[in-house]
Design a protein around this ligand. Sequence first.
Ligand code: DAK
Length: 257
Amino acid sequence: MAEPNVLVERNGRVGVVLMNRPKQLNALSAELMESVVSSLGELDADPGIRAIVLGGSERAFAAGADIAELSAATPVTLYENRRLERWESIRAVRTPIVAAVSGFCLGGGCELAMLCDLIVASEDAKFGQPEINLGVLPGAGGTQRLTRAVGKAIAMDMILTGRMLSAREALAHGLVARVVAREAWLDEAKRAAAEIAEKGPVAVRLAKEAIDQAFETPLAAGVELERRSFFLARASDDAEEGLKAFLEKRKPDFTGR
Ligand code: DAK
């Protein structure tokens, strides 16, 4: 039987999706992306899951879109199969997603990591948008999300020259949240996800949405959205429980209500 192209497991409240095309460095074929999108969607729909880890292998998170597929595609097939819409549907996942990055994180792979909510990287990870070497440019949000993450100077450098960033550089420029020893990339991402999974899911989801809005709205509108989100979170059972547990000097037991 053929190996599945993603490996999915549930560790308590954390769902883990590992891309599994190791020989092609997890090049993101349409089939692999379909599996990633549907696995994330299934975990998101599971009320027992409160955080998700998305990773690849030690050698590569993903080396980009599948170049053989891209070369065979025509502008019309790219338009017709609505690939970008499928990628962007990951933004609709409400459960926080931690990208666990080891090795190459390039092109569509870097765009996929940036669609996640935070990135945990091995110290040997390499981030890049090398599409320019192929005569194209990022096609799944790279020019926009990378620029928002690292600023214009570094985004121009990476996208126009194809230069890769080391994990340390990516941390310094704000692309990744944590850099850890080579062997700890997956464990640390699972640890970060488990930390998130312990919090109240209502507040976590509202906070994720509010942070994302920081890139979409003017400041005053964002602050207003945050204020309303705060009131909504305050109305939840989780807030009753969290505030009471603090005063009673015990750990809260959040139900997600
Ligand atoms: N696609 C297909 N196969 C790939 C691949 C890729 N992106 N990257 C690596 N591979 C394959 C290699 O062909 C090789 O296969 P075999 O020859 O063994 O059969 C195997 O993986 C191992 O790779 P290497 O032998 O090259 O390994 P090295 O360690 O020497 O080099 C490398 C690793 C990552 C530096 C090198 O493989 C490389 O430069 N890969 C290409 C990186 C790249 O250019 N990535 C950007 C691809 S373009 C869109 C959505 C997304 C996109 C566009 C549009 N829409 C929704 C509209 C995204 C575009 C891209 O990502």
